[in-house]
Design a protein around this ligand. Structure first.
Ligand SMILES: Cc1cc2nc3c(=O)[nH]c(=O)nc-3n(C[C@H](O)[C@H](O)[C@H](O)COP(=O)(O)OP(=O)(O)OC[C@H]3O[C@@H](n4cnc5c(N)ncnc54)[C@H](O)[C@@H]3O)c2cc1C
Length: 403
Protein backbone atom coordinates (compact mmCIF):
# COMPACT_ATOMS: atom_id res chain seq x y z
CA UNK A 1 0.00 0.00 0.00
CA UNK A 2 0.96 3.63 -0.40
CA UNK A 3 0.40 5.40 2.92
CA UNK A 4 0.61 9.15 3.61
CA UNK A 5 0.76 10.47 7.19
CA UNK A 6 0.24 14.18 7.72
CA UNK A 7 2.03 15.33 10.88
CA UNK A 8 5.22 14.01 12.50
CA UNK A 9 4.05 14.03 16.11
CA UNK A 10 4.15 10.90 18.31
CA UNK A 11 1.00 9.47 16.64
CA UNK A 12 2.08 9.73 12.99
CA UNK A 13 5.69 8.73 13.61
CA UNK A 14 4.92 5.77 15.82
CA UNK A 15 2.24 4.42 13.48
CA UNK A 16 4.59 4.70 10.48
CA UNK A 17 7.57 3.09 12.11
CA UNK A 18 5.57 0.20 13.59
CA UNK A 19 3.77 -0.64 10.37
CA UNK A 20 6.92 -0.40 8.27
CA UNK A 21 8.75 -2.57 10.79
CA UNK A 22 6.09 -5.26 10.59
CA UNK A 23 5.12 -4.95 6.92
CA UNK A 24 8.09 -3.47 5.03
CA UNK A 25 6.26 -3.81 1.70
CA UNK A 26 4.26 -0.61 2.38
CA UNK A 27 5.50 2.70 1.04
CA UNK A 28 5.04 5.18 3.90
CA UNK A 29 5.70 8.93 3.81
CA UNK A 30 5.24 11.33 6.72
CA UNK A 31 4.71 15.00 5.82
CA UNK A 32 5.62 17.52 8.53
CA UNK A 33 5.13 21.27 8.23
CA UNK A 34 8.02 22.17 10.57
CA UNK A 35 11.77 21.84 10.08
CA UNK A 36 13.66 18.93 11.72
CA UNK A 37 14.14 19.48 15.46
CA UNK A 38 11.43 22.17 15.65
CA UNK A 39 8.48 21.39 17.87
CA UNK A 40 5.90 23.32 19.82
CA UNK A 41 5.45 22.63 23.50
CA UNK A 42 8.01 21.64 26.12
CA UNK A 43 8.09 18.34 27.85
CA UNK A 44 5.54 15.67 28.62
CA UNK A 45 5.13 13.22 31.48
CA UNK A 46 4.44 9.53 31.28
CA UNK A 47 4.55 6.48 33.46
CA UNK A 48 5.82 2.90 33.33
CA UNK A 49 2.63 1.71 31.65
CA UNK A 50 3.64 3.59 28.48
CA UNK A 51 7.21 2.26 28.61
CA UNK A 52 5.83 -1.30 28.91
CA UNK A 53 3.71 -0.81 25.80
CA UNK A 54 6.62 0.69 23.87
CA UNK A 55 8.87 -2.20 24.89
CA UNK A 56 6.49 -4.79 23.55
CA UNK A 57 5.79 -2.86 20.31
CA UNK A 58 9.38 -1.87 19.39
CA UNK A 59 12.10 -2.63 22.00
CA UNK A 60 14.69 -0.65 20.04
CA UNK A 61 13.03 2.78 20.27
CA UNK A 62 11.62 1.93 23.74
CA UNK A 63 15.15 1.49 25.06
CA UNK A 64 16.22 4.88 23.70
CA UNK A 65 13.15 6.55 25.22
CA UNK A 66 13.71 4.83 28.57
CA UNK A 67 17.37 5.93 28.57
CA UNK A 68 16.47 9.54 27.84
CA UNK A 69 13.49 9.75 30.24
CA UNK A 70 13.99 11.92 33.31
CA UNK A 71 12.60 10.30 36.47
CA UNK A 72 10.63 12.40 38.94
CA UNK A 73 9.02 11.20 42.11
CA UNK A 74 6.19 12.31 44.38
CA UNK A 75 4.06 15.41 44.21
CA UNK A 76 4.10 18.73 46.02
CA UNK A 77 0.98 20.89 46.19
CA UNK A 78 2.12 24.29 47.41
CA UNK A 79 -0.66 26.69 48.38
CA UNK A 80 0.63 30.20 49.06
CA UNK A 81 3.97 28.92 50.31
CA UNK A 82 2.74 25.92 52.34
CA UNK A 83 4.01 22.82 50.55
CA UNK A 84 2.26 19.50 51.14
CA UNK A 85 4.22 16.48 49.96
CA UNK A 86 2.43 13.41 48.65
CA UNK A 87 4.87 10.52 48.41
CA UNK A 88 3.01 8.16 46.20
CA UNK A 89 3.75 8.67 42.55
CA UNK A 90 6.70 8.12 40.28
CA UNK A 91 6.92 8.97 36.63
CA UNK A 92 9.09 10.34 33.86
CA UNK A 93 9.41 13.61 31.99
CA UNK A 94 10.88 14.12 28.56
CA UNK A 95 11.33 17.01 26.18
CA UNK A 96 8.94 16.67 23.27
CA UNK A 97 11.79 17.53 20.98
CA UNK A 98 13.90 14.65 22.24
CA UNK A 99 11.04 12.16 22.02
CA UNK A 100 10.32 13.19 18.43
CA UNK A 101 14.00 13.02 17.46
CA UNK A 102 14.16 9.41 18.66
CA UNK A 103 11.00 8.51 16.75
CA UNK A 104 12.09 10.29 13.54
CA UNK A 105 15.48 8.51 13.61
CA UNK A 106 13.86 5.15 14.19
CA UNK A 107 11.23 5.71 11.48
CA UNK A 108 13.90 6.65 8.94
CA UNK A 109 16.03 3.69 9.99
CA UNK A 110 13.23 1.23 9.19
CA UNK A 111 12.54 2.87 5.81
CA UNK A 112 9.83 5.50 6.41
CA UNK A 113 10.28 8.70 4.37
CA UNK A 114 9.92 11.82 6.51
CA UNK A 115 9.46 15.06 4.55
CA UNK A 116 9.98 18.13 6.73
CA UNK A 117 8.95 21.68 5.79
CA UNK A 118 6.00 20.17 3.92
CA UNK A 119 2.63 21.50 4.99
CA UNK A 120 -0.48 19.65 3.84
CA UNK A 121 -3.76 21.48 4.28
CA UNK A 122 -5.92 19.18 2.17
CA UNK A 123 -5.83 15.51 1.22
CA UNK A 124 -6.04 16.66 -2.41
CA UNK A 125 -2.45 17.98 -2.13
CA UNK A 126 -1.12 14.48 -1.47
CA UNK A 127 0.12 12.04 -4.11
CA UNK A 128 -2.19 9.06 -4.73
CA UNK A 129 -2.42 6.98 -1.52
CA UNK A 130 -4.38 3.94 -0.32
CA UNK A 131 -4.50 5.24 3.25
CA UNK A 132 -4.18 8.80 4.59
CA UNK A 133 -3.43 9.19 8.28
CA UNK A 134 -4.48 12.54 9.76
CA UNK A 135 -1.87 12.81 12.52
CA UNK A 136 -1.85 16.61 12.25
CA UNK A 137 -2.81 17.32 15.86
CA UNK A 138 -5.53 19.24 17.65
CA UNK A 139 -6.20 21.72 14.80
CA UNK A 140 -6.17 19.00 12.13
CA UNK A 141 -7.00 20.43 8.72
CA UNK A 142 -7.65 16.99 7.27
CA UNK A 143 -10.28 16.45 9.96
CA UNK A 144 -11.97 19.70 9.02
CA UNK A 145 -12.49 18.59 5.42
CA UNK A 146 -13.52 15.02 6.30
CA UNK A 147 -17.23 14.21 5.93
CA UNK A 148 -19.49 12.62 8.55
CA UNK A 149 -16.89 12.87 11.32
CA UNK A 150 -19.10 15.09 13.54
CA UNK A 151 -16.46 16.87 15.57
CA UNK A 152 -17.35 18.28 18.97
CA UNK A 153 -15.08 21.07 20.25
CA UNK A 154 -15.43 22.27 23.85
CA UNK A 155 -13.25 25.17 24.90
CA UNK A 156 -12.25 25.23 28.57
CA UNK A 157 -12.79 28.35 30.64
CA UNK A 158 -9.21 28.70 31.93
CA UNK A 159 -6.18 30.13 30.15
CA UNK A 160 -2.81 28.38 30.06
CA UNK A 161 0.65 28.93 28.64
CA UNK A 162 3.19 26.11 28.06
CA UNK A 163 6.62 27.32 29.23
CA UNK A 164 9.99 25.90 30.19
CA UNK A 165 12.53 26.76 32.89
CA UNK A 166 16.07 25.79 33.79
CA UNK A 167 15.00 25.11 37.36
CA UNK A 168 14.85 21.31 37.66
CA UNK A 169 11.75 20.02 39.45
CA UNK A 170 12.55 16.44 40.44
CA UNK A 171 9.21 16.36 42.28
CA UNK A 172 6.03 17.10 40.33
CA UNK A 173 5.07 20.50 41.74
CA UNK A 174 1.82 22.45 41.67
CA UNK A 175 2.46 25.94 43.12
CA UNK A 176 -0.68 28.06 43.73
CA UNK A 177 0.00 31.78 44.17
CA UNK A 178 -2.54 34.47 45.05
CA UNK A 179 -2.28 37.73 43.10
CA UNK A 180 -4.31 40.93 43.33
CA UNK A 181 -6.51 39.57 40.51
CA UNK A 182 -6.97 36.00 41.73
CA UNK A 183 -5.10 32.68 41.90
CA UNK A 184 -2.47 31.60 39.39
CA UNK A 185 -0.86 28.16 39.46
CA UNK A 186 1.60 26.01 37.59
CA UNK A 187 2.14 22.36 36.69
CA UNK A 188 5.94 21.87 36.91
CA UNK A 189 8.03 18.75 36.27
CA UNK A 190 11.59 17.99 35.21
CA UNK A 191 12.18 16.86 31.64
CA UNK A 192 15.94 16.40 31.73
CA UNK A 193 18.86 17.09 34.05
CA UNK A 194 18.82 20.80 33.16
CA UNK A 195 15.24 21.85 32.57
CA UNK A 196 11.56 21.49 33.40
CA UNK A 197 8.18 22.08 31.88
CA UNK A 198 6.29 24.92 33.59
CA UNK A 199 2.66 25.21 32.48
CA UNK A 200 0.95 28.26 33.99
CA UNK A 201 -2.85 28.25 34.32
CA UNK A 202 -5.48 30.62 35.71
CA UNK A 203 -9.12 31.66 35.30
CA UNK A 204 -10.13 34.09 32.52
CA UNK A 205 -10.86 36.93 34.96
CA UNK A 206 -7.49 36.62 36.66
CA UNK A 207 -5.78 36.45 33.27
CA UNK A 208 -7.56 39.60 32.09
CA UNK A 209 -7.07 41.33 35.45
CA UNK A 210 -3.31 40.75 35.29
CA UNK A 211 -3.25 42.19 31.78
CA UNK A 212 -1.85 39.04 30.13
CA UNK A 213 -4.18 39.48 27.15
CA UNK A 214 -2.40 42.59 25.94
CA UNK A 215 1.09 42.19 27.41
CA UNK A 216 4.07 41.67 25.07
CA UNK A 217 5.65 38.17 25.53
CA UNK A 218 8.82 39.35 27.33
CA UNK A 219 6.80 41.41 29.81
CA UNK A 220 4.46 38.49 30.43
CA UNK A 221 7.40 36.18 31.21
CA UNK A 222 8.84 38.77 33.60
CA UNK A 223 5.47 39.09 35.38
CA UNK A 224 5.18 35.31 35.74
CA UNK A 225 8.77 35.04 36.98
CA UNK A 226 7.85 37.52 39.69
CA UNK A 227 4.68 35.64 40.64
CA UNK A 228 6.57 32.32 40.88
CA UNK A 229 9.88 33.75 42.17
CA UNK A 230 9.90 31.53 45.28
CA UNK A 231 9.38 28.31 43.31
CA UNK A 232 11.77 29.22 40.47
CA UNK A 233 14.56 30.05 42.95
CA UNK A 234 16.19 32.60 40.68
CA UNK A 235 15.77 30.74 37.38
CA UNK A 236 13.91 32.36 34.52
CA UNK A 237 11.04 31.11 32.38
CA UNK A 238 11.57 30.22 28.73
CA UNK A 239 8.80 31.08 26.30
CA UNK A 240 10.42 30.78 22.92
CA UNK A 241 10.62 27.58 20.91
CA UNK A 242 13.43 26.56 18.54
CA UNK A 243 11.73 28.21 15.55
CA UNK A 244 11.69 31.55 17.36
CA UNK A 245 7.93 31.48 18.03
CA UNK A 246 6.69 32.75 21.38
CA UNK A 247 4.51 30.57 23.58
CA UNK A 248 0.94 31.88 23.60
CA UNK A 249 -1.82 31.91 26.18
CA UNK A 250 -4.53 29.55 24.94
CA UNK A 251 -7.79 27.89 26.01
CA UNK A 252 -7.59 24.13 26.22
CA UNK A 253 -10.02 22.57 23.73
CA UNK A 254 -11.53 19.16 24.29
CA UNK A 255 -12.01 17.50 20.91
CA UNK A 256 -14.06 14.40 20.29
CA UNK A 257 -15.38 12.87 17.10
CA UNK A 258 -18.38 10.68 16.44
CA UNK A 259 -16.47 8.88 13.65
CA UNK A 260 -12.72 8.57 13.26
CA UNK A 261 -12.52 7.95 9.53
CA UNK A 262 -13.98 9.08 6.25
CA UNK A 263 -13.19 6.79 3.31
CA UNK A 264 -9.43 6.26 3.40
CA UNK A 265 -8.69 9.21 5.73
CA UNK A 266 -8.31 8.20 9.37
CA UNK A 267 -7.85 10.33 12.51
CA UNK A 268 -5.21 9.43 15.07
CA UNK A 269 -3.89 11.08 18.26
CA UNK A 270 -4.95 14.65 19.01
CA UNK A 271 -6.81 15.01 15.72
CA UNK A 272 -9.19 12.28 16.98
CA UNK A 273 -9.41 13.30 20.65
CA UNK A 274 -7.74 15.51 23.23
CA UNK A 275 -7.42 15.04 26.98
CA UNK A 276 -6.56 17.83 29.41
CA UNK A 277 -2.86 18.23 30.21
CA UNK A 278 -3.62 17.78 33.92
CA UNK A 279 -4.11 14.05 33.29
CA UNK A 280 -0.83 13.76 31.32
CA UNK A 281 -2.20 11.20 28.88
CA UNK A 282 -2.32 12.70 25.37
CA UNK A 283 1.00 11.27 24.23
CA UNK A 284 0.19 7.85 25.67
CA UNK A 285 -3.18 7.83 23.90
CA UNK A 286 -1.55 8.96 20.63
CA UNK A 287 0.97 6.10 20.86
CA UNK A 288 -1.78 3.61 21.75
CA UNK A 289 -3.80 4.78 18.74
CA UNK A 290 -0.71 4.22 16.59
CA UNK A 291 -0.22 0.69 17.94
CA UNK A 292 -3.91 -0.13 17.41
CA UNK A 293 -4.04 1.31 13.87
CA UNK A 294 -0.84 -0.45 12.78
CA UNK A 295 -2.20 -3.73 14.22
CA UNK A 296 -5.55 -3.30 12.52
CA UNK A 297 -4.01 -2.54 9.11
CA UNK A 298 -1.87 -5.64 9.52
CA UNK A 299 -4.83 -7.85 10.37
CA UNK A 300 -7.24 -6.72 7.64
CA UNK A 301 -6.91 -6.93 3.85
CA UNK A 302 -9.46 -4.16 3.28
CA UNK A 303 -8.66 -0.61 4.45
CA UNK A 304 -12.30 0.02 5.34
CA UNK A 305 -12.43 -3.05 7.62
CA UNK A 306 -9.14 -2.04 9.25
CA UNK A 307 -10.38 1.48 9.98
CA UNK A 308 -13.73 0.30 11.34
CA UNK A 309 -12.00 -2.15 13.71
CA UNK A 310 -9.50 0.54 14.79
CA UNK A 311 -12.30 3.02 15.54
CA UNK A 312 -14.25 0.43 17.56
CA UNK A 313 -11.24 -0.55 19.62
CA UNK A 314 -9.95 2.93 20.39
CA UNK A 315 -13.21 4.79 20.97
CA UNK A 316 -13.99 2.36 23.74
CA UNK A 317 -10.44 2.27 25.13
CA UNK A 318 -10.11 6.03 25.60
CA UNK A 319 -13.48 6.58 27.27
CA UNK A 320 -12.22 6.30 30.85
CA UNK A 321 -9.37 8.73 30.26
CA UNK A 322 -11.70 11.18 28.50
CA UNK A 323 -14.02 11.19 31.49
CA UNK A 324 -11.12 11.55 33.95
CA UNK A 325 -9.86 14.43 31.81
CA UNK A 326 -13.23 16.18 31.96
CA UNK A 327 -13.41 15.98 35.76
CA UNK A 328 -9.79 17.00 36.14
CA UNK A 329 -10.07 20.05 33.87
CA UNK A 330 -13.32 21.07 35.58
CA UNK A 331 -11.61 20.83 38.96
CA UNK A 332 -8.95 23.30 37.85
CA UNK A 333 -11.67 25.54 36.41
CA UNK A 334 -13.23 25.60 39.88
CA UNK A 335 -10.13 26.30 41.97
CA UNK A 336 -11.96 29.15 43.82
CA UNK A 337 -14.43 26.53 45.13
CA UNK A 338 -11.61 24.66 46.91
CA UNK A 339 -8.94 27.25 47.65
CA UNK A 340 -10.48 28.29 51.01
CA UNK A 341 -9.73 24.85 52.48
CA UNK A 342 -6.56 24.34 54.50
CA UNK A 343 -3.55 23.52 52.29
CA UNK A 344 -3.69 19.90 53.50
CA UNK A 345 -7.38 19.55 52.62
CA UNK A 346 -6.94 21.40 49.32
CA UNK A 347 -4.05 19.24 48.19
CA UNK A 348 -5.86 16.09 49.23
CA UNK A 349 -8.92 17.03 47.13
CA UNK A 350 -6.72 18.11 44.23
CA UNK A 351 -5.22 14.65 44.09
CA UNK A 352 -8.74 13.19 43.94
CA UNK A 353 -9.98 15.65 41.31
CA UNK A 354 -11.16 12.90 38.95
CA UNK A 355 -13.97 12.02 41.33
CA UNK A 356 -17.45 12.32 39.76
CA UNK A 357 -18.89 12.93 43.21
CA UNK A 358 -16.76 15.86 44.37
CA UNK A 359 -18.35 18.58 42.20
CA UNK A 360 -21.76 17.76 43.68
CA UNK A 361 -21.14 17.93 47.41
CA UNK A 362 -19.52 20.54 49.59
CA UNK A 363 -15.69 20.27 49.54
CA UNK A 364 -15.63 20.24 53.37
CA UNK A 365 -18.15 17.42 53.54
CA UNK A 366 -16.26 15.47 50.89
CA UNK A 367 -12.99 15.90 52.77
CA UNK A 368 -14.40 14.97 56.18
CA UNK A 369 -16.24 11.99 54.77
CA UNK A 370 -13.05 10.63 53.17
CA UNK A 371 -10.03 12.43 54.66
CA UNK A 372 -7.47 10.01 53.21
CA UNK A 373 -6.34 10.13 49.60
CA UNK A 374 -7.93 6.73 49.02
CA UNK A 375 -11.24 7.04 47.19
CA UNK A 376 -14.27 5.27 48.59
CA UNK A 377 -14.82 2.09 46.55
CA UNK A 378 -18.35 3.10 45.50
CA UNK A 379 -17.00 6.21 43.78
CA UNK A 380 -14.82 4.07 41.60
CA UNK A 381 -17.76 1.81 40.83
CA UNK A 382 -19.80 4.91 39.97
CA UNK A 383 -17.05 6.16 37.72
CA UNK A 384 -16.91 2.88 35.83
CA UNK A 385 -20.69 2.76 35.49
CA UNK A 386 -20.95 6.45 34.68
CA UNK A 387 -18.41 6.18 31.87
CA UNK A 388 -20.45 4.31 29.27
CA UNK A 389 -23.74 5.85 30.46
CA UNK A 390 -22.35 9.39 30.30
CA UNK A 391 -20.96 8.71 26.83
CA UNK A 392 -24.37 7.42 25.63
CA UNK A 393 -26.24 10.40 27.09
CA UNK A 394 -23.64 12.77 25.69
CA UNK A 395 -23.94 11.18 22.22
CA UNK A 396 -27.76 11.39 22.31
CA UNK A 397 -27.65 15.03 23.39
CA UNK A 398 -25.20 15.84 20.61
CA UNK A 399 -27.38 14.15 18.02
CA UNK A 400 -30.59 15.86 19.20
CA UNK A 401 -28.79 19.19 19.28
CA UNK A 402 -27.73 18.78 15.65
CA UNK A 403 -31.06 17.54 14.32
C1 LIG B 1 0.18 22.13 27.77
C2 LIG B 1 0.17 20.69 27.36
C3 LIG B 1 0.82 19.77 28.15
C4 LIG B 1 0.80 18.43 27.81
N1 LIG B 1 1.41 17.53 28.63
C5 LIG B 1 1.33 16.23 28.35
C6 LIG B 1 1.94 15.28 29.22
O1 LIG B 1 2.53 15.63 30.22
N2 LIG B 1 1.84 13.96 28.90
C7 LIG B 1 1.17 13.54 27.77
O2 LIG B 1 1.08 12.34 27.54
N3 LIG B 1 0.60 14.42 26.94
C8 LIG B 1 0.65 15.74 27.19
N4 LIG B 1 0.07 16.64 26.35
C9 LIG B 1 -0.65 16.16 25.17
C10 LIG B 1 0.30 15.77 24.04
O3 LIG B 1 1.19 16.83 23.76
C11 LIG B 1 -0.52 15.44 22.79
O4 LIG B 1 -1.62 14.67 23.14
C12 LIG B 1 0.33 14.65 21.79
O5 LIG B 1 1.41 15.43 21.35
C13 LIG B 1 -0.52 14.24 20.59
O6 LIG B 1 0.30 13.71 19.59
P1 LIG B 1 -0.09 13.85 18.06
O7 LIG B 1 0.99 13.16 17.30
O8 LIG B 1 -1.49 13.42 17.86
O9 LIG B 1 -0.11 15.42 17.76
P2 LIG B 1 1.07 16.48 17.84
O10 LIG B 1 2.09 16.09 18.82
O11 LIG B 1 0.41 17.79 18.01
O12 LIG B 1 1.73 16.43 16.40
C14 LIG B 1 1.09 16.92 15.26
C15 LIG B 1 2.15 17.23 14.21
O13 LIG B 1 1.50 17.59 13.01
C16 LIG B 1 2.16 18.70 12.44
N5 LIG B 1 1.19 19.39 11.58
C17 LIG B 1 0.08 20.06 11.96
N6 LIG B 1 -0.58 20.54 10.88
C18 LIG B 1 0.13 20.13 9.81
C19 LIG B 1 -0.07 20.30 8.41
N7 LIG B 1 -1.12 20.99 7.93
N8 LIG B 1 0.83 19.76 7.55
C20 LIG B 1 1.91 19.06 8.04
N9 LIG B 1 2.14 18.88 9.35
C21 LIG B 1 1.25 19.39 10.23
C22 LIG B 1 2.61 19.52 13.63
O14 LIG B 1 3.66 20.41 13.30
C23 LIG B 1 3.03 18.41 14.60
O15 LIG B 1 4.38 18.07 14.42
C24 LIG B 1 0.10 18.00 26.65
C25 LIG B 1 -0.55 18.93 25.85
C26 LIG B 1 -0.54 20.27 26.20
C27 LIG B 1 -1.25 21.26 25.33
Amino acid sequence: MKIACVGAGPAGLYFSLLLKLRQPQHEITVYERSAPGVTRGWGVVFWNDLLDQLRSADPESAEQIAQAAFPWSNEIVDVAGTPILHGVSQGYGMKRRQLLEILVRRAQEVGVRVEFNHEVTSASQLPEADLIVASDGVNSQLRQEAKGIETDVRPGTNKYIWLGTEKVFSTFTFPFVETGSGWVWAHAYGVDAGSSTFIVECGQETWAGLGFGTMPPAECLAALEKIFAAQLEGQGLIGQTADGLNAQWVDFRTISNERWYDGKVVLIGDSAHTTHFSVGSGTRLAIEDAIALAGSVQRHDEVSAALAAYQRERQEAILRTQIASRYSSQWFENVPRYIGLTPKQFSSLMRRRRSPLMPHISPQLYYWSWPTTREPPFVDTLRRLAGPVAAKVFGLLQRSHRS
